[in-house]
Design a protein around this ligand. Structure first.
Ligand code: SF4
Length: 139
């Protein structure tokens, strides 16, 4: 089954937050509140990667985070859409020169889309996820 086919239905998202300031994670929680209501798009946060169609990654990867990210990707059902959000998730952001920065997520697993911002607003998170769903459906 292709990514396009799996994304033709509501997508379930697993959030992996690695090391950083965690403001991105607060914005994601905000996106789930009734004000922004992420679930109206059929996008639901789930507690297990084994139930997910999409892996949402925030924060920088240190060595421990990189190992966990690779493990999560390996055990996830495929196809799996991978989206990073925040500058940290895309490139390391403010922490690029940090002693424990391992590298961006796309050095560890394949990434389909990046949502920029530090932190991205809930509108940007919703926009980014909806865009990646549309993009993958057109593949
Ligand atoms: S991108 Fe900015 S807000 Fe998000 S975790 Fe990194 S430093 Fe914090």
């Amino acid at each position: 089954m292709s990514k396009a086919a799996i994304l033709s239905r509501s997508i379930w998202v697993f959030h992996f937050a690695s090391a950083a300031c965690n403001n991105c994670d607060i914005e994601l929680i905000d996106a789930l509140t009734p004000r922004f209501d992420l679930e109206r798009f059929g996008i639901k946060l789930v507690g297990s990667i084994r139930h997910a169609d999409c892996l949402l990654v925030s924060g920088i990867m240190n060595e421990k985070g990189a190992t966990r990210l690779k493990f999560l990707y390996d055990i996830a059902p495929k196809p799996l859409a991978v989206v990073t959000f925040g500058s940290c998730g895309a490139s390391g952001g403010l922490f690029t020169n940090s002693y424990n920065f391992y590298g961006p997520p796309d050095k560890i697993i394949p990434v389909d889309a990046y949502i920029p911002g530090c932190p991205p607003r809930p509108e940007a998170i919703i926009d980014g996820i909806v865009k990646v769903v549309k993009k993958l459906r057109n593949v």
